[in-house]
Design a protein. Structure first.
Length: 130
C-alpha cells in the first residue's frame, strides 16, 4: 500500500505537473511539498498543519482528500494527545506558576490612590502659589 506522499507524488507526476507548478497552484513552499511527498511530517515547522497541507495538495491534483486522509490516518501526526495534556494541566489542582489575577485589584487601588494624592498635592501647590 502506498503512503500519502507516494500517492500524491504519483498523481502529480501522472498529471505532468512539476513542483514549481504545484507550488504556485497551492501556495505551499516547495520544501514543504517535498517533505509531504517523502512522508516526513515530523520535519514540518508545525506538525498540526500537516492535514491542511495534504488537503490543499490533494485538491490541486484532483484526489478526494477526505478519502485519502481517512485511509492513511495513522501516518498523519495527531494533536489529540497535546490537547489532552493541556486540558489535564488546567484541570489539575496545581495552580500555574505565573502571577495570578488576585493581585490586580490591589495594584489598581494603589495606582488610583497615587493619582489622587498626586492630584491633591498639585492642587494645594497651585492654590498656595497662584
Amino acid at each position: 500500500m502506498n503512503s500519502i506522499g507516494q500517492t500524491l507524488k504519483g498523481r502529480r507526476e501522472r498529471l505532468g505537473m512539476t513542483l514549481n507548478e504545484l507550488e504556485s497552484r497551492t501556495q505551499i513552499k516547495r520544501k514543504i511539498l517535498t517533505l509531504i511527498e517523502n512522508n516526513d511530517f515530523a520535519s514540518l515547522n508545525n506538525e498540526n498543519y500537516a492535514e491542511g497541507f495534504i488537503i490543499k495538495y490533494a485538491k490541486a491534483v484532483n484526489i478526494d482528500s477526505d478519502q485519502l486522509i481517512a485511509s492513511h490516518k495513522e501516518e498523519i501526526p495527531s494533536n489529540e494527545n497535546d490537547l489532552e495534556q493541556v486540558i489535564d494541566a488546567f484541570s489539575s489542582e496545581n495552580k500555574p506558576t505565573y502571577r495570578s489575577k488576585d493581585k490586580e485589584p490591589l495594584q489598581l487601588a494603589v495606582v488610583i490612590s497615587f493619582v489622587v494624592i498626586l492630584t491633591a498635592v498639585l492642587w494645594v501647590l497651585a492654590v498656595l502659589f497662584l
